[in-house]
Design a protein around this ligand. Structure first.
Ligand code: PHB
Length: 389
């Protein structure tokens, strides 16, 4: 039989199974803040993504990968993120949309993923409702209620009776505030004050004064890690709140490894709950941390890098199941129920919500070998997003 020259025609004429586009490179379009106040988010997510690719010969599910990265700085302007995602779909013809450092970026792009029928892999943005905004969206990071409930439960059980909450005034902050109140008051705790700080250049001084005057046992906080969190920690020490006996409890991004060295010893003793720590003890994390330092000696591996790394793992596993196809419906069906061991511990994708199910650890900031680390001392295994229950 004379087979035609064209590859697809050849496969058909010769009766071969042409596995949906498997021979073509897989284009992954990333929307990330690479400059501006949240540039560290883009840097860390990209580090994780590139590390996974490097370890897998730039292949995912048998297809060569091409990454296209677009900077949506500051990451909080949805219209910018949306325009860039549109360019990725229309001009760059990407197969998958990925990245998303902050919630406004993920919220703005989700309807586009639905319209263009593209899988959307969210590697950080953590407001609970993000996954409800498109049926093609899968998340490999965490949700705010998921990382908040464990510290609220821990506080109530460990002698903290009154708490003042301070959160950033946008989706994740509202989620954190709501979940903290719910879990803490249900366990008998009392909220004695609450503040939402503006996203743009907040002045934390009046909040710190109000907290000092209210004298709670502890302040609970969620602020997106960066200048604000470093400023809060400094102000907390300088204004004598620590000396007044007020404790800090937080979601673990407050003392994330990318910024903890800038906070310095003031961070010692902060108790928080989170899904990833550089100091997490497992064989998978040991390899991850070693490979990370080899590739990026100037930075420290943090949760955003792991969100990116696991995002690539997810795409890899999905494409293995679909025979290389990134078609949105197939992609999402294959992602549902996936399980693997991440550097953070065992994880799976909840088939009902497309969010990640994972262990949340209770940690304390300590010096380990001269370095500030989040040291895990308790855990809540297989914890689903309580924001959707
Ligand atoms: C978000 O904007 O969704 C966000 C940003 C930083 C975090 C957590 C959530 O640490």
């Amino acid at each position: 039989m004379a087979c035609k020259k064209n590859l697809a025609a050849l496969a058909m004429a010769c009766g071969l199974a042409a596995s949906a586009g498997a021979a073509e490179p897989l284009k992954v379009g990333m929307v990330l803040p690479m400059t501006g106040p949240f540039a560290a988010y883009g840097k860390q997510i990209e580090h994780g993504v590139r590390l996974y690719l490097k370890q897998h010969g730039d292949m995912l599910g048998g297809r060569k990968v091409e990454l296209v990265v677009k900077d949506d700085a500051p990451g909080t302007a949805g219209d910018v993120s949306k325009r860039l995602a549109q360019e990725l779909v229309v001009q760059d013809k990407v197969d998958i949309l990925a990245g998303f450092g902050l919630t406004p970026s993920a919220f703005a792009v989700a309807p586009l993923a639905s319209e263009a029928k593209k899988p959307m892999v969210v590697m950080n943005a953590a407001t609970s409702a993000v996954t409800t905004k498109s049926p093609y969206l899968v998340r490999t990071s965490m949700t705010l209620p998921q990382i908040t409930a464990p510290i609220a439960g821990w506080a109530a059980k460990n002698g903290i009776k009154t708490v003042f909450t301070l959160v950033a005034d946008y989706g994740p902050g509202h989620d954190a505030e709501g979940q903290f109140k719910k879990t803490f008051t249900a366990a008998g705790g009392q909220i004695v004050g609450e503040v939402r700080s503006p996203m743009k250049s907040p002045d934390l001084a009046p909040f710190l004064q109000k907290i000092k005057d209210t004298k709670p046992d502890a302040v609970f906080l969620f602020l997106p890690p960066g200048e604000q969190t470093i400023a809060f920690m400094k102000g907390f020490a300088e204004r004598g709140l620590a000396q007044a006996g007020i404790r800090i409890i937080a979601t673990g991004d407050f003392t994330d490894e990318d910024i903890i060295d800038a906070m310095g010893d003031a961070a010692l003793g902060v108790i928080n709950s989170f899904h990833y720590a550089e100091a997490h003890k497992s064989a998978e994390n040991k390899s991850y941390v070693e490979a990370y330092y080899q590739a990026y000696p100037k930075d420290r591996p943090n949760f955003m890098s792991v969100g990116g790394y696991d995002g690539m793992r997810l795409i890899d596993e999905v494409l293995k199941k679909t025979g290389g196809s990134a078609e949105a419906e197939k992609f999402v069906e294959a992602a549902k129920g996936l399980k693997w061991t991440s550097p953070r511990g065992p994880v799976s994708i909840d088939p009902a919500t497309r969010d990640i199910v994972q262990t949340i650890y209770i940690r304390k900031v300590e010096k380990v070998g001269g370095k500030l680390q989040n040291v895990e001392f308790d855990q809540v295994p297989e914890f689903k997003d309580p924001g959707k229950q």
